[in-house]
Design a protein. Structure first.
Length: 334
């Protein structure tokens, strides 16, 4: 089988590896589609992955082989793979906060390969009626749902989404469905701002071309009730706390790979709630699959490129220097 192997910072290589065999308690998955996550791009850029590892945590595929003792599945079953492993025993797992597991917090990867070994607890069945191009979006949507649940939203509130990648787009969709009075999206990318309108944003702003604070006050009056920070850039955490109204809430969901500057006194004087968020839990995935099944807004249009695995190294380089893509999907289909 072919796999995308992380070698070193900014170095990925396609290698031929033996096809795995499902051992006791294991299930072999034949990959179909795998989304490229911005966190993977950042890990490659900053050299944060384990040399020799296979990244990729947005995988859908089909059961190809079932090991002894891994009952309840059949060859050909359509599944998504939760590559984040958990212990299931620690205090956080027992409380249902599996994304904060003591033993295995974080994504383990493995989705950029023709085949991947999994255990039954890593799999969730997908309905056959759900098109693959929608199903592959389960991960960013589950993250967006988790972020949305952390927000203190009340119907009629004003919402700002900073950073309009896949997660930000789905937060826009959630805000509109929940009855926000104004949904504003900010992003330097024209393509992403245009996509934000298609996903329901009432207003879009280019933070590099306008005075954000005054524009937001013109649109909302006091400022947004809730700001979802989904960009994870050097200045965006502090900017989010500047833009939000007094007594409002900031939900931090961007991935900050490097230290940032913050002024907590501003948070205190404005008496704002700053809530960090990470990942998803299983109920968020269930909600995501159900939403993808019934969503009439064609969320798959956020997929701007579908590429074969062989093109992945070049695409990772492109994603580091260009904002012309929104969601890139690796296809393993013939």
């Amino acid at each position: 089988m072919k796999a995308l192997i992380y070698k070193d910072a900014n170095t990925l290589e396609i290698q031929d590896l033996p096809r795995p065999t499902a051992g006791a308690g294991q299930i072999l998955i034949r990959a179909e589609l795998s989304g490229i996550c911005g966190s993977d791009v950042s890990m490659v850029k900053h050299g944060m992955a384990e040399p020799g590892s296979i990244l990729g945590h947005e995988l859908i595929g089909r059961v190809a082989e079932i090991g002894r003792g891994a009952g309840g599945w059949h060859e050909g079953d359509k599944v998504l793979v939760k590559t984040r492993r958990i212990c299931g025993k620690c205090a956080y797992c027992r409380m249902g906060q599996t994304h904060l597991c003591d033993e295995k917090a974080g994504e383990m990867g493995g989705g950029y390969a023709d085949y991947m070994l999994a255990t039954p607890d890593m799999l969730m069945r997908l309905p056959d009626s759900l098109a693959p191009e929608r199903a592959v979006l389960w991960n960013p949507l589950a993250n967006a749902i988790h972020a949305w649940k952390l927000g203190r939203f009340k119907r009629g509130a004003t919402v700002l989404i900073m950073g309009v990648g896949p997660i930000g787009l789905f937060v826009i969709r959630a805000a509109k469905l929940a009855g926000a009075s104004k949904v504003i999206a900010s992003d330097p990318s024209r393509i992403r701002r245009e996509m934000a309108i298609l996903f329901g944003a009432d207003e879009t702003l280019d933070p590099t071309a306008c005075e954000m604070l005054s524009e937001l006050q013109k649109i909302t009056g006091l400022g947004p009730d809730i700001v979802f920070e989904c960009a994870g850039k050097e200045d965006t955490m502090q900017e989010a706390t500047i833009y939000v109204k007094r007594g409002g809430q900031v939900v931090l969901f961007g991935i900050f790979m490097q230290p940032v500057t913050a002024i907590p006194m501003l948070w205190i004087l404005k008496e704002i709630d700053v809530q960090a968020g990470f990942g998803y839990v299983d109920p968020d995935i269930v909600d995501a699959v159900e939403m993808l099944e019934r969503d009439s807004s064609a969320p798959e249009r956020m997929i701007t490129s579908t590429i074969p695995l062989e093109d992945a190294p070049a695409m990772f380089q492109k994603l580091q220097r260009s904002d012309q893509e929104i969601k890139v999907v690796v296809s393993f289909r013939d």
